[in-house]
Design a protein around this ligand. Structure first.
Ligand code: GUN
Ligand code: ZN
Length: 421
C-alpha cells in the first residue's frame, strides 16, 4: 500500500550545495517502500491523496543517516576508559567480543543494536562483527527482517588477541566465502571482507583476505588504518620491510575502490596518494578519535572521506553528534565546515562510499524510502536556538551541534516506520 509523509523536506542533489527545500513538502512511498513522488504538499498527485499519511508538521524529512564504521559486538561497551587504542582493545574489547560465539547472545544483541541505530535515525551501516560467524549471521538476519541496506562480515583476526576471539586462516576463508554466498545481495544486504587490522592478522591471513576479496564479487573490504601512535609503532615492528602502514595492505591487494579504512589519521603524503589512486575511502570517526586520544584527522585532503561513529570506541550512536564532533575537530585543524557538507557526508556521501547509492542515501524518486524525521525544536535548548535560525543551513547547523537522539522524531526504513510514535 502506498503512503504519504508530510514535513519540511531537505533533499540533497549531486553535492552539498544542491539542496531542494520544501517548507511544507510531501513524500509518497509505493507499495515496495520506494519513493514514488516528492514535492510541495499543496500539489500531491491524485493517485496519493487518499493514501494513509504521517504528518510531521514542520519537522525535517531527510535521507536516513548512514554510519560508515561501527562495531556491532561493542554495542554496550561505550565509554570504557583506557590509556589508548591498544590498551582499550586488550582490556575491554576482546573479552566483550568473545561473547558473540553464542548464537542466542548474538541474536538478542542484534535486535538491541539495530533498534539503537533506528532510534538515532541511522538507516544503513557498514558494521564490524566479531570473528565468530554466528555474530555475522545474527546481524544479517536481524537486518533483513527490518529490510535494511546493511553491510557486514565476520572479522578476520588470527594473532595478537585472546584465543576466544582469534580464528585461523583456512576456517576464516571458508566462513567468509560462505557468508558471501548466503547473504550478499539477499534483499538489501551486502557483504564486506573484514580483516580487523594488520596487527591482528598474520601475513598468511592478509594474503587470504586479498584472494577472498577477489572471489567475493561486489563485496566491500573494511579494516582499520593509521589510528594511533602505538599502533603505527607496532606495525613497523611486525612489517619491517614495508615502507609504511598503507603499503602492508597494498601488498596483499586490499587497497581498492571497494576498500574502506577507518580513521586514517596519521597518513603520509605517499599513503594519501596511494589511497586516492586506488579510489579507496578513509572513514573519519571523530568521537572515537577524541575519546581514545588518537589524533585530529584532517578532512581537507585529496582523498575520499566517509563518516562513522565507531561505537564502542566512539562515544555516541548519533550521527548528529558525530557531525558536531567532525565540525569541532576540523575547527581545531583550522577548517570551518558547513552544515550542508556535514549532512551530505552522512547521507549521500556515505551511500556513495558504501556503493549503496543506487538504492539509498537521498530522497530522489526511485530510491528506497529510508528517511529520518528531525525535530529542530526537540529540546528547550534547540527550540530557543531554532527561533534564531534564518536559513536551512542555520537549522541544520544547530541540529548538528546541539542534536542527538532526542531530535529524532521518527525513522523509516524501506517505507516502514521503525522508530517513533
Ligand atoms: N583497531 C582495531 N580494532 C579496532 C576497534 O575495534 N576499534 C577501533 N577504534 N580501532 C580498532
Ligand atoms: Zn573501528
Amino acid at each position: 500500500m502506498s503512503k504519504l509523509l508530510l514535513g519540511q523536506i531537505v533533499a540533497f542533489g549531486a553535492g552539498p550545495e544542491e539542496i531542494t527545500h520544501f517548507a511544507r513538502g510531501a513524500l509518497a512511498f509505493d507499495d515496495k517502500g520506494k519513493i514514488a513522488w516528492r514535492g510541495d504538499a499543496a500539489h500531491i498527485p491524485a493517485a496519493f491523496t487518499q493514501a494513509p499519511r504521517d504528518d510531521h508538521g514542520s519537522s525535517l524529512l531527510l535521507a536516513g543517516f548512514i554510519d560508515a564504521h561501527i562495531h556491532f559486538p561493542q554495542y554496550r561497551m561505550l565509554a570504557a576508559a583506557a590509556t589508548d587504542l591498544l590498551d582499550w582493545l586488550s582490556r575491554y574489547t576482546f573479552p566483550e567480543e568473545a561473547r558473540y560465539s553464542d548464537t542466542i547472545y548474538a541474536t538478542h544483541a542484534a535486535e538491541i543494536f539495530l533498534s539503537r541505530l533506528h532510534a538515532n535515525g541511522t538507516t544503513s551501516a557498514l558494521a564490524f562483527c566479531s570473528s565468530h560467524k554466528t555474530c555475522a549471521e545474527a546481524l544479517f538476519a536481524a537486518a533483513q527482517k527490518r529490510n535494511m541496506a546493511l553491510i557486514t562480515g565476520k572479522t578476520l583476526m588470527d594473532r595478537n588477541a585472546i584465543p576466544a576471539v582469534q580464528d585461523e586462516v583456512e576456517q576464516g576463508a571458508l566462513d567468509t566465502l560462505d557468508l558471501h554466498a548466503r547473504f550478499h545481495g539477499k534483499a538489501r544486504l551486502r557483504h564486506a571482507v573484514t580483516p580487523r587490522f594488520a596487527i591482528t592478522s598474520t601475513e598468511a591471513q592478509l594474503r587470504m583476505a586479498g584472494e577472498v576479496l577477489q572471489l567475493c564479487s561486489g563485496a566491500l573490504m573494511q579494516t582499520h588504518l593509521s589510528e594511533s601512535a602505538g599502533e603505527i609503532a607496532w606495525i613497523k615492528q611486525l612489517f619491517p620491510n614495508d615502507q609504511d602502514y598503507t603499503a602492508v595492505y597494498e601488498r596483499f591487494g586490499l587497497v581498492t575502490d571497494r576498500s574502506l579504512f577507518a580513521h586514517g589519521i596519521h597518513l603520509s603524503d605517499r599513503e594519501i596518494s596511494a589511497l586516492r589512486e586506488a579510489g579507496a575511502t578513509v572513514v573519519h570517526c571523530p568521537t572515537s578519535n577524541n575519546f581514545l586520544g588518537s589524533g585530529l584527522m584532517k578532512i581537507r585532503r585529496p582523498i575520499a572521506h566517509g563518516l562513522g561513529t565507531d561505537v564502542g570506541g566512539g562515544t555516541s550512536y548519533s550521527m548528529l553528534q558525530t557531525l558536531g564532533e567532525t565540525y569541532k575537530v576540523q575547527m581545531l585543524n583550522g577548517t570551518k565546515m558547513k552544515a550542508a557538507e556535514l549532512f551530505y557526508l552522512a547521507t549521500r556521501g556515505n551511500a556513495e562510499r558504501l556503493k549503496i547509492d543506487a538504492d539509498t542515501g537521498c530522497l530522489d524518486v526511485g530510491k528506497f524510502a529510508d528517511v529520518v524525521v528531525l525535530d529542530p525544536e526537540a529540546t528547550p535548548v534547540l527550540a530557543a536556538r531554532h527561533a534564531l535560525s534564518r536559513s536551512v543551513e542555520d537549522i541544520l547547523f544547530a541540529l548538528a551541534l546541539l542534536g542527538d537522539d532526542r531530535a529524532v522524531k521518527a525513522t523509516y526504513v524501506t517505507g516502514q516506520k521503525v522508530h517513533g510514535n
